[in-house]
Design a binder for this molecule. Sequence first.
Ligand SMILES: *Cc1c(COP(=O)(O)O)cnc(C)c1O
Length: 653
Amino acid sequence: MNASPTRPSLPPMTPLQRLGLDEWSPEASAELYGIREWGADYFDVTADGQVCVSVPFADRKVRVPLMDIVAGMKARGLEMPVVLRIENLLDHRISLLNDAFARAIDKAGYQNHYRGVFPIKVNQQFHVIDEIASFGARYNHGLEAGSKAELIIALSQLRDNDSLIICNGYKDAEFIELGLYAIQMGRRCFFVAETPAEVPIIIERSRALGIRPLIGVRMKLSAKVDGHWAADSGEQSIFGLTPAQLIEIIDLLKAADMLDCLQLLHVHLGSQIPNIRNIRLGVLEACRYYVNLVEEGAPMGFLDLGGGLGVDYDGTATNSTHSMNYKLDEYCIDIIETVAETLDPQEVAHPVLITESGRATVAYSSLLLFNILDVRSPETTSLPDQLPEDAPELTINLASVLEQVKPQNLQESLNDAIYYRDEVYELFRHGQLTLRERALADSYYRATLYRIARLLPEARRISPELEVLPELLCDTYYGNFSVFQSLPDIWAIDQLFPIMPIERLNEKPVRQAILADLTCDCDGKIDRFANPNGEMTTLPLHPLRDGEEYHLAVFLVGAYQETLGDLHNLFGDTNVVSVRVNEDGSFDFIKEFYGDCIADVLSYVEYHPQSMLERFRNSAEQAVRSGRISVAMRQQMMEAFSASLRGYTYFER
Ligand SMILES: *Cc1c(COP(=O)(O)O)cnc(C)c1O
């Protein structure tokens, strides 16, 4: 029973009671979904019940309903699902981070400056990196590369020589040559040694090319961190050097007369660090290494504290895995003060301070929008007004259990209902009940469970058996998306994201649901939902209306989700739209990217769409020859086949 902290959310809903509202309101929705807690002031609910993005400008905020943007997508033929990027939010995050460090530096009288670098792996998409490089230039915001491909991105995207390029990861001679050429061109490109084995290659290549490298060392810290990556932190970390390896590197560089190239210390405590105390301890330990490196005679000058700045996905502001117990300002001040306080007594000059915040920089600016295709409700739709004359005894018993459910006898009613249900199954197995009789008995059984679930809030004591009923009875809403493609961390590492409808928020969401994606894979579902009032196992949603679309959004998905995604069931990349909101409240579609078509995803798995068409043509032609179909029919089939190849991999209406 590891699910104990989660409480099923049942109707009637607690926020409604807490607010003392008789009528539902957009305010009640804001409270229910916790949008003001996890939304970081970027998202809110409008007075007419829609989710809006709230974009900060110098002296005011501009609100745009997401459904207005969706309407703009529809008009441009961009079908759901769509990843929506809001460029202003990305810019704002970069400013926020740089400004917060500038304030902390000012406050503490720190004698150097801050340089941010964005780790490309967190979102490699061209226009994300392009925006970070162009907007970030005003802060000399640089890039972190973990592979040759990422270094090539950094070299071609960064425009100014003052922005840093930090190269982590395993580096071969080719990687090192590329970096050395960058240095020769005036770039500040650091090779961070992850193992001693890289160092002789750096020495050899830089000698061969006659270019002095900029070298950093990545230390493994003993400080452990809380959160998802706890097991990988500290001594268990597979990354970073041990103290003995560090000494080996220092000696190698000394022998090669290159200790003057060692200028940077790198540490990375882990991602999504929920607890600020872990960060302080890690920084303290890093500073000790820094001081010792200076004492060993390395010039140093740069301290890179890696990533780890959290995102409050559930809005609880706690040290739980999906949250963080600190604010950005506190993070910056803690770091700056710890560094100054540790180095000052040793009279070591303050280094340029670097962090590699990925998640906290890009998470907010992307959201996944999708529509609901269908709802499956386990609830029986209709019970007859009267039992049929010839109803079997057991059905009559079940009907009377249903009739007698009240808050005082919930457990007893459940026991009885289950007893009679099992009897019904038994008779059916022995051929003593017909399909119709079994279906009717089933309906009474389910209706009883529903009535029990509905009365739970009025019960004095709720057994564990009763407590899980609402979850078992919830609806399944089928969403037009693939968890594997668009939200891989939900599947891979049990990540929680805030999810909510973006319309109809002036109506009370009376259904409780889990979400299923298009893959029909049992892992292709979402049944845990971030919420500041505690993680929820069902999501309150509105009933679908005939002929009307119903749109949901998954928020805070800008980090790690876009390229980790896979092609399970061959659902490909979604459409992507980049929007910029203007100060007058209008918005521009800056970029539109059409997602994969079916031919695209087929070619990823080595099919040749052209020869597939050819084969289909051959079968159709054969069918014409044998008189099974007409030529006109053949033509119609060929057109349908090739239109499908060109079509979106998701559900199209
Ligand atoms: C992944 C990674 C980061 C990014 O971490 P966030 O927690 O997303 O900020 C930074 N540096 C290194 C070395 C990484 O591997």
